[in-house]
Design a binder for this molecule. Structure first.
Ligand code: 2PG
Length: 248
């Protein structure tokens, strides 16, 4: 049996301001820094040991990983940063306030943009500063891989090669791994691992900064999963994420 740790980054400044973030590289808020510290503390307290870490190219995830590893006295372990673990690109919604967007377009439309499986938000134009093609960190990517918007389905598709070629083989070699990523890149992973039906993935909201443990069998089929934390607190945090798209 293998155990892997999934961790959504701590609260970011734009989570706090309730803005669509996507590939925008915003940092952690004060609360987010504390959440990352608590994640490291709980992992250490529960006796988890890690050999290898995967994260995205975005600083809210990278910093969460640093703080978590620091708490565990594991800053020396190898880290692989990959764009395939980035948050879903939110297209032309990036930067907008979620509640104000709901006021303009309706809560139903915002929920479709946020949580439907295959409907992407409106795209950005390639001349838009929010198009990642302008960002040096993605300069080696083929233009066809650089998103102008993404649905969760697109994220599953771009994430899978990393799982199949890098993460899964490392787990099967016995490496104990942590994946520190984002609300929707982790939803993509959960969708794949648990084979969640398209209409059910709409209900899944992953809270910031709480380690989620997946136990996998030899074929990497999930046996069970659980958060490390208080059940009621976790439920409330997931509901708060869901409610970000409501008119305030
Ligand atoms: O804005 C985003 O990039 C994501 C995660 O913070 O938001 P949502 O939960 O609305 O998908």
């Amino acid at each position: 049996m293998y155990k892997i740790i999934l961790l959504r980054h701590g609260e970011s400044v734009w989570n706090q301001e309730n803005r669509f973030t996507g590939w925008t590289d915003v940092d952690l808020s004060e609360k987010g820094l504390q959440e990352a510290q608590s994640a490291g503390e709980v992992l250490k307290k529960e006796g988890y040991v890690l050999d290898l870490a995967f994260t995205s190219c975005l600083k809210r995830a990278i910093r969460t990983l640093w703080i978590t590893l620091d708490q565990m006295d594991l800053m020396w372990i190898p880290v692989e940063r990959h764009w395939r673990l980035n948050e879903r690109h939110y297209g032309a919604l990036q930067g907008l306030n979620k509640a104000e967007t709901a006021k303009i377009h309706g809560e139903k439309q915002v929920k479709i943009w946020r949580r439907s499986y295959d409907i992407p938000p409106p795209a950005v134009d390639k001349s838009d500063p929010r198009y990642p093609g302008h960002d040096r960190r993605y300069k080696d990517l083929d233009e066809t891989a650089i998103p102008v918007t993404e649905s969760l389905k697109d994220v599953v598709k771009r994430f899978l090669p990393l799982w199949q070629e890098s993460i899964a083989p490392k787990i099967q070699q016995g490496k104990r791994i942590i994946i520190v990523a984002h609300g929707n890149s982790l939803r993509a992973l959960v969708k794949y691992l648990d084979d969640v039906p398209n209409e059910e993935i709409v209900q899944l909201n992953i809270p910031t900064g709480i380690p989620l443990v997946y136990e996998l069998d030899a074929q990497l089929q999930p046996i069970k999963h659980y958060y490390l934390g208080d059940e009621e607190v976790i439920k409330q945090a997931a509901n708060a994420v869901a409610n970000q798209g409501k008119v305030k």
